[in-house]
Design a protein around this ligand. Structure first.
Ligand code: NAD
Length: 495
């Protein structure tokens, strides 16, 4: 018996109006159906937006510290269910259990951060230029937020968006990725259990082209927070422009780790293994280029290939698995396609390159961790986001050369430098074009209370995480109070 899941609209779990559904399956064992989910359409989105709009009128009046109390409860409930949710998430999207536990923890951290932000949401008071006049600026909620998310962090990313949105007094219409609807349903269930009033969060499952587009183009949705591919982000940005809504885009990456000749090579090796093959390379911050100083190039490459070839593939629920499956068939095909491209471009395949075989892997979308050496900066495998377990290795002859190569991309999300030279580290921090720079840390490992986002075509200038995301989910309102009892004209009566 396959479990059937529903949308959440105005506090009620309901089928899509059409009654249509889609299947969700386990990428480590495609024969295993996780559930059936509503294949929704524009009509379902319309109902969700009506619900979110009505709820907004009440929710915006709830004091922010009281909203924060609910966030704290959400954090408590997620903590209590951490293991269960992590297991469910591994089964749904494949990454190994240690990583899905981290995904839930990021949600917990984000909830507790939001809880305390309810007692801050600081505004400014500033002196007026006129006597007996008071000036201040406060943050106000904006309205209905459309939340559109990818599948690779099925819990953490929706929490980065919805917790600050809701804490700020907005309401949400949430459309998760079709590959991870179950984790989304669990998250929303927890949010409701914590005491959110009906309509503050609404969940509508379905395709991006149907549900996602209906949210983006809806005249009564005030803002969109989107994480996904750069291609979809660009289209979405055009689609949203007719209604002039505020849009935050967190998009793709082609992140690099530079290893200098003075680096601790063992440390750099652990870093690149985690950065390139953690989440099977399917992170926006994944290390997909490794730039090695020429003096350590051969030695480091040898160490890397040796360790990579020993990584254990397997169902992420098994305790010995180090690398899980790719999310679905089409993404694995995409990875295979890039392997072919790399070979054709003249790069040297030094590790992996194949669909993984073996009795216990045959029903899942497993792919060998793959390394190309002798990669040239203009090759497609050095410039395009692959979003799979493929690492391109390039050579540099100095720090400046390494940074130039690192910056040679249309993206600018994460970056990493391994060196023991403090001067080089600070030069890199200054010259690297990226939203995140790590020194002696791999390209992955963002913390919930720090700004998260990228430059260039990784986004459109907004940041998630920490205090910065509250700038996106609130509007500034300037307030003047004149207690002089007479008309005072700024710029005129005082000059
Ligand atoms: P995707 O762009 O295919 O889909 C993301 C979401 O957008 C999904 O929910 C999808 O259904 C929806 N969507 C698709 N078409 C749409 C449309 N026309 N209108 C509205 N919504 C639409 O991305 P994905 O495959 O789910 O995720 C992988 C991508 O996400 C990678 O490019 C990765 O780099 C990026 N990503 C970025 C970050 C970041 O913070 N920068 C984090 C994680 C993932």
């Amino acid at each position: 018996m396959i479990t059937k899941f529903q949308n959440l609209i105005n506090g009620k779990w309901v089928d899509s109006l059409s009654g249509k559904t889609f299947e969700n399956r386990n990428p480590a064992n495609w024969n295993e159906v996780i559930g059936l989910f509503p294949s929704s359409s524009v009509e379902d989105v319309n109902l969700a937006v009506i619900s979110a709009r009505a709820a907004f009128e009440k929710w915006r009046l709830v004091p922010a510290p009281a909203r924060g109390d609910i966030m704290r409860k959400i954090g408590d409930l997620l903590s209590k269910r951490k293991e269960e949710i992590a297991r469910e998430m591994t089964r749904e999207m494949g990454k190994v259990l240690t990583e899905t536990r981290g995904d839930v923890q990021e949600g917990i951290d984000t909830a507790y951060y939001a809880a305390t932000e309810g007692r801050r949401l600081f505004g400014n008071t500033v002196p007026s230029e006129l006597p007996n006049k008071f000036a201040m600026a406060i943050r106000v909620p904006i309205g209905v937020a459309g939340i559109i998310t990818p599948w690779n962090f099925p819990l953490a990313i929706p929490t980065w968006k919805m917790f600050p949105a809701i804490l700020s007094g907005n309401t949400c219409v949430f459309k998760p990725a079709v590959d991870t609807p179950k984790t989304a349903a669990t998250l929303v269930e927890v949010m409701m259990e914590a005491g959110l009033p009906d309509g503050v969060v609404n969940l509508v499952h379905g395709k991006g082209s149907d549900v996602g587009n209906a949210i983006v183009t809806h005249t009564d949705v005030d803002l969109i927070s989107f994480t996904g591919s750069t291609g979809v982000g660009k289209q979405l940005s055009k689609d949203a422009s007719d209604t002039l809504k505020r849009v935050s885009l967190e998009l793709g990456g082609k992140n690099a780790q530079v290893v200098m000749d003075d680096a601790d090579l063992d440390l750099a090796l652990e870093g690149v293994l985690w950065g390139a093959f953690g989440t099977t390379g399917q992170r926006c911050t994944a290390t997909s280029r490794l730039i090695l100083h020429e003096k350590i190039y051969d030695k480091f490459l040898e160490m890397l290939v040796e360790r990579t070839s020993k990584l254990r593939l397997g169902d992420g629920l098994l305790s010995n698995a180090e690398v899980g499956p790719i999310i679905n068939e089409s993404q694995r095909k995409n990875t295979q396609n890039y392997v072919k491209i790399g070979i054709k471009e003249g790069a040297k395949l030094v590790c992996g390159g194949n669909i993984a075989t073996g009795e216990e892997l045959k029903n899942g979308w497993f792919h060998e961790p793959t390394i190309f050496s002798e990669v040239k900066p203009n090759m497609r495998i050095a410039t395009e986001e692959i979003f799979g377990p493929v690492l391109s290795v390039l050579k540099c002859n100095s720090l400046e050369d390494g940074i130039t190569l690192l910056n040679k991309t249309i993206y600018g999300l994460s970056s990493s430098l391994y060196t023991k030279n403090i001067n080089d580290a600070f030069k890199a921090i200054r010259d690297i074009q990226a939203g995140i720079t790590y020194i002696n840390v791999p390209t992955i490992g963002a913390e919930a209370h720090m700004p998260f986002g990228g430059v260039k075509q990784t986004g459109n200038g907004h940041r998630e995480g920490g205090w910065t995301v509250y700038d996106f989910f609130t509007e500034w309102k300037a307030i003047y109070i004149d207690y002089s009892g007479k008309l005072q004209r700024a710029q005129i009566d005082n000059y």
